[in-house]
Write a protein that binds this ligand. Sequence first.
Ligand code: AMP
Length: 578
Amino acid sequence: MLEKKVETFNMNRVIDEFEEMTRNADQVQKQTLKEILHKNQSAIYLQNFGINGNTTDPEAFKALVPLVTDLDLEPYIKRMVDGDTSPILTALPVPAISLSSGTSQGRPKFIPFTDELMENTLQLFRTAFAFRNRDFPIDDNGRALQFIFSSKQYISKGGVPVGTATTNVYRNPNFKAGMKSIQSLCCSPDEVIFSPDVHQALYCHLLSGILFRDQVQYVFASFAHGLVHAFRTFEQLWEEIVTDIEDGVLSTRITVPSVRTAMTKLLSGPNPELAETIRTKCMSLSNWYGLIPALFPNAKYVYGIMTGSMEPYVKKLRHYAGELPLVSHDYGSSEGWIAANVRPRLSPEEATFAVVPNLGYFEFLPLSETGETEERPPVGLTEVKIGQEYEVVITNYAGLYRYRLGDVVKIVGFYNKTPQLKFICRRNLILSINIDKNTERDLQMSVESAAKRLAEEKIEVIDFSSHVDVKTEPGHYVIYWEISGETEDDVLQDCCNCLDKGFIDAGYMSSRKCKTIGALELKVVERGTFRKVQEHFLGLGSSAGQFKMPRCVKPSNVKVLQILCDNVVSRFFSTAFE
Ligand code: AMP
């Protein structure tokens, strides 16, 4: 792989540029739209709507081009995947297609990936790093323990490389230089990041991190789930890792030849002293509290997405992180980056993101209090109102025009003239039988409140999902829980009632009272079940780093439902509305 020259990073300059851009957010937005339309003036999609090189005015653009969803663009993107090289959505070259994880929407989507999106990614990384480094400066020549995994890229029958967005980023020749310039070089050799086997890659990331333990400045995974998964795995495998270090011989579990060669080189002989240090540290911890700073004494923070659907993992992450600050990673998607965390000191519960005005042209579709789209048209970046919730609409360089992202955000303030937002949830309802409407966030809140009862027994919810069972009459919600220990049935019965009461949507409560929705069912699954669900998705090509647990399993997802159902160890029906 080609490596680019490393640019010198200047923290103050990056912050100044961001300040300048956000002070002029409105002009920057207009200029960004103008450039997008200019660069894509020969795109067939835009021409079909009467856009030509002279369209520069946002109002004209909005009047001509409709709001769309991923479903509307699917046929266009399919032509690109099938090898049609005419300028279908974008006039710019499309060297790869991103495959979104598909776990948030229930099915994978294809999205064009261009050099501009890569440049946007690096810009966002630089901006976020500048603000992080101002608050939590890291040492020169440090490294980052990054749990990153490049899943396989395949070549479509039309000859286009297809991979997850993170895979397309990690495989880009500019990635490594970009990481070096922000002093975030990974501990692991490239062979580990590109390992075809994610379990072996995770083991090697942990081992590499320990070999560089004094240099590790921060610990990162894209999503908090990935961080928690990594350290849960460490709990199980630490003795094997320590033996590798002690003997200077890599475990036989690492079988991928390129990974074995690279890791053997890194191990470079026995190191009994380091092995003893790690052994002593691990054995002195109480229930693994503070594991991360114990392993990495110079780490300044732990970094990853901890908001939205990642909130349920924060408690466990905080346990592993001990006193180390948890810094929320920025806000973006396979479709492009949107906003940076420029207030890294805020806890994950308080984290907000400032929209970066040159990453795309952004519109905000007002939502009513019940989450419905209001009759009002979308507003521009600088016209949003504090306290109001919106769905994000994005126009970017890579062929998405007025594209509804499906995410709900709340405006909590402004950073200069650009909105500062809080991620609320995915827009789509996941639980609905008749007049009830519950989003992922509603489910999360219900689980959170029921988990408090479990916590009284010193047991935690490791992971959860749900399903709408309409095979029964009336239909009812089923919640799947994997929990960290055993407890009495009456405790779980309380939790089940609490889950049922935890859905405070008026439609749900009234339907439960008049029994047009049946009693909520709690199904407890065996330990390791959600790992099997993750394995299933990885087998389908989703990347370990981008993985998000599906919070609702649709009846069409027969395989996942089967994994969950096959592993049920106990079930309870709510008596909360009797
Ligand atoms: P993907 O579909 O795999 O590209 O994932 C993108 C989705 O992840 C976004 O549309 C959001 O729903 C979610 N996401 C990304 N960044 C954040 C964040 N900082 N907080 C919460 N959710 C996020």
